[in-house]
Design a protein around this ligand. Structure first.
Ligand code: IMP
Ligand code: MG
Length: 185
C-alpha cells in the first residue's frame, strides 16, 4: 500500500483543529447529558478514533458499545442503499440515553437503517453525533444533533476514515488525490 503522502491532495482538518472541536463537542454533550444514563454507540470501524477521543472529553459517567454495519462494498465509494447489521450491540439499550457516534454522514443510507433499528429497541432518547457531514450528498433524512464539521463533496481519509481500510490511524482528515491513488490489487 502507498504511503499516505503519495496520495494526499490536501489536509482538510488538521490534528489541532480536530482535537479542539472534539473537546467542544465533549463539553456540550457533558452539559446536555447531565443526570442522564448515557450510552455511546460506535459504528465500527470508522467511528473508533472519534469516539475514543470524544469519550475522553465527556465528563458525565457513560458506557460504550459497538456495532458494525455493511454499507459500501469492498472497493466501492457509494452506499448500497440498504445497510446490513454484521455485528450487533452487546447491551440492551432500553431506557438508555443513546448517542450514536459516526465518522461521516454521506448519503445517509447506512445511518438511516441503524436509526430505524435502534428506535425499535425503546431507548429513552436517541441522538446522533457525527464528526463529518457531507450535506450535498444526502439522500436519506438524518437528524444530526452534534456535528463536528460540514465538508464539501470530496472523498476524505484519516481519523477513522479509510481508503480501502487503510489510513484510519492518521491524526488529520485529508483529501485523496484519486489520480495518484493505486487501490490494493
Ligand atoms: P452513507 O450511507 O452514504 O452515509 O455512508 C456512510 C459511510 O460511508 C461512512 O460511515 C463511511 O464509512 C463511508 N464514507 C462516506 N464518505 C466517505 C469518505 O469521504 N471517506 C471515507 N469513507 C466514507
Ligand atoms: Mg463508517
Amino acid at each position: 500500500m502507498q504511503n499516505y503522502q503519495d496520495l494526499l491532495s490536501e489536509i482538510l482538518i488538521d490534528a489541532d483543529k480536530l482535537q479542539a472541536r472534539v473537546a467542544e463537542l465533549g463539553q456540550q454533550i457533558s452539559a446536555d447529558y447531565a443526570g442522564a444514563d448515557l450510552l455511546l454507540i460506535c459504528i465500527l470501524r470508522g467511528g473508533v478514533p472519534f469516539m475514543v477521543d470524544l469519550s475522553r472529553n465527556i465528563t458525565v459517567p457513560h458506557m460504550m458499545d459497538f456495532m458494525a454495519v455493511s454499507s459500501y462494498g469492498a472497493g466501492k465509494r457509494e452506499s448500497s442503499g440498504t445497510a446490513r447489521v454484521t455485528l450487533d450491540l452487546q447491551m440492551d439499550i432500553r431506557g438508555k440515553d443513546v448517542l450514536l457516534v459516526e465518522d461521516i454522514i454521506d448519503s445517509g443510507h447506512t445511518f438511516a437503517s441503524v436509526l430505524n433499528l435502534l428506535g425499535t429497541r425503546q431507548p429513552r432518547s436517541l441522538k446522533v453525533c457525527a464528526l463529518l457531514d457531507k450535506p450535498s450528498r444526502r439522500e436519506a433524512y438524518i437528524p444530526i444533533h452534534y456535528c463536528g464539521f460540514e465538508i464539501a463533496n470530496k472523498f476524505v481519509f484519516g481519523y477513522g476514515l479509510d481508503l480501502d481500510e487503510y489510513y484510519r490511524n492518521l491524526r488529520f482528515v485529508g483529501v485523496v488525490d484519486l489520480d495518484k491513488y493505486k487501490p490494493p490489487a
